[in-house]
Write a protein that binds this ligand. Structure first.
Ligand SMILES: Cc1cc2nc3c(=O)[nH]c(=O)nc-3n(C[C@H](O)[C@H](O)[C@H](O)COP(=O)(O)OP(=O)(O)OC[C@H]3O[C@@H](n4cnc5c(N)ncnc54)[C@H](O)[C@@H]3O)c2cc1C
Length: 430
């Protein structure tokens, strides 16, 4: 293809897109709004289908060194009684692990690789992407700094907008869309240094949709010997109407106080995890509303398309946000390789594949996805149970888990045996 591929956003989706396209031989340039990329955020999970793609980019070792290999996901009640557990990653039989990692550490691994492979001179920080114009030969993109002062325009063959949930490019395409949709849940997110719980490799979800505590270790590096860094999300759902809008705009860097939510979990002392102690061991807490957006009828407008949260922001259920952005990046790469010299067809093929697939996940996550058993058990046995299977059958549990895995491309054998998503063979039409 003639000309450079421009990428809006140097978050997880933008950096993986840049690394993947560069590896495939395309010339890329990243425009990131913030003047300096800091390791922001808390924990994030990379599912095996995303780790596989990162492995093909030569990043598996670096990511494994930063994160923790998740071996099990356990769902429990608010009293810590186990409802369901399933093996994850390598232990489940995937050839690739599930990696729980600090989002900032993940972004830094990607950024360092991008700097080494693509070059600093192609990563433009402090450059916010604004209005995009497309013609038959390429794109013209307006750029500004954080104060709105204009930079020179950029020109390229294509624009991939990976500029997150508040995407300026999406807004240009859909000016009347409005703010993200809030489901009434608030998440307090923190990382605490604490002794490992269970086997030190387990992600747990406790409670029910109205009050939930999720935690997983994200790093073995801790100041105190024998401790880990443990990520948690304390979540409370407020009784609001469906169309409610959170009071303040969702921002991943908004701080909160422990007192705002610690009392809600005061009784949650399980034999195997002391939730109040974990919360008390946190220095910094961030608050974020649970938001998504409706699936779009179209991502590609001329030579510009959407990717990651710009295309399909979803509730952080099922650990899919970052993983789906990574899958987008690799499918886009494969499609561009499959249609050399025909970027319009490549973008159409990318969108045909990814838009319906991600719309299904957005919708499934609104319906509680794999967390449905927590709701069912809370409704059927709010005061606990003597025998789980008096409350919910093994078959019911299994069916719910399998349905979600099928939907998100999480089935083991197809993932282990198929070629890479960046392989053009997948995407060329007969
Ligand atoms: C600061 C921050 C912290 C986060 N923390 C967490 C977390 O702890 N846990 C979690 O599950 N998810 C977190 N997320 C969201 C998570 O990274 C995404 O859901 C997922 O990884 C998909 O990535 P993405 O690249 O599509 O979006 P993001 O990772 O959100 O990246 C979007 C990038 O685009 C940049 N950008 C925005 N507008 C423009 C523009 N007009 N021009 C150029 N660049 C622009 C942003 O600065 C950002 O770097 C965080 C996102 C951010 C930005």
């Amino acid at each position: 293809m003639q000309g450079e591929i421009l990428i809006a956003g140097g978050g997880i989706g933008g950096l993986v897109t840049a690394l993947s396209l560069h590896q495939a031989g395309f010339s890329v340039r990243i425009y990131e709004a913030v003047p300096s990329i800091e390791p922001l955020g808390v924990g994030i999970n990379l599912l095996p289908h995303a780790v596989r793609e990162l492995d093909e980019l030569g990043l598996r070792e670096a990511l494994e060194a930063e994160g923790v290999l998740c071996r099990e996901l356990a769902y429990c009640t608010k009293r810590g009684q186990r409802i369901w557990a399933e093996p994850r990653g390598l232990r489940a039989g995937y050839l690739w692990p599930q990696i729980s990692i600090h989002r900032g550490a993940l972004q830094m691994v990607l950024l360092q690789a991008a700097r080494e492979r693509i070059g600093d001179e192609r990563i433009h920080l402090g450059h916010r992407v604004g209005h995009v114009e497309s013609d038959g030969r390429g794109v013209h993109v307006a750029l500004s700094d954080r104060h709105g002062a204009s930079h020179d325009r950029a020109e390229g063959a294509l624009l991939v907008a990976a500029d997150g949930i508040h995407s300026a490019v999406r807004k240009q395409f859909y000016p009347d869309e409005g703010p993200p949709r809030w489901n009434g849940a608030i998440m307090w997110r923190g990382v605490a240094e604490a002794p490992p719980y269970l086997d030190g490799h387990t992600m747990i979800m406790a409670g029910h949709p109205q009050l939930k505590f999720v935690s997983y270790p994200i790093s073995h590096r801790a100041e105190k010997p024998g401790h880990q860094q443990i990520n948690y999300i304390a979540e409370k759902r407020l009784p609001v109407a469906e169309e409610a809008t959170p009071e303040e705009r969702e921002d991943w860097t908004r701080r909160a106080q422990l007192e705002d939510f610690a009392p809600l979990f005061e009784q949650w002392r399980f034999e195997w995890l002391d939730v109040p102690a974990l919360i008390a061991a946190t220095d910094d807490v961030w608050i974020y509303p649970m938001v998504d957006r409706d699936p779009l009828p179209r991502w590609t407008h001329g030579r510009a398309t959407l990717l990651g949260d710009a295309a399909h922001p979803m509730y952080p259920i099922g650990s899919n946000g970052a993983s789906q952005a990574i899958v987008d990046a690799r499918v886009l790469t494969g499609c561009l390789l499959a249609y050399p010299g025909d970027p319009e067809s490549a973008l159409a093929r990318y969108e045909d594949e990814r838009r319906p697939a991600t719309a299904k996940i957005v919708t499934a996550n609104r319906g509680m996805g794999p967390e449905l058993p927590m709701q069912l058990v809370e409704e059927r046995a709010p005061h606990g149970f003597a025998h789980l299977h008096d409350v919910i059958s093994h078959d019911e549990l299994n069916t719910i888990a399998e349905q979600y895995k099928r939907l998100t491309g999480f089935a083991i054998e197809p993932l282990n045996s198929r070629p890479s998503l960046a392989d053009p063979e997948h995407w060329s039409r007969p």
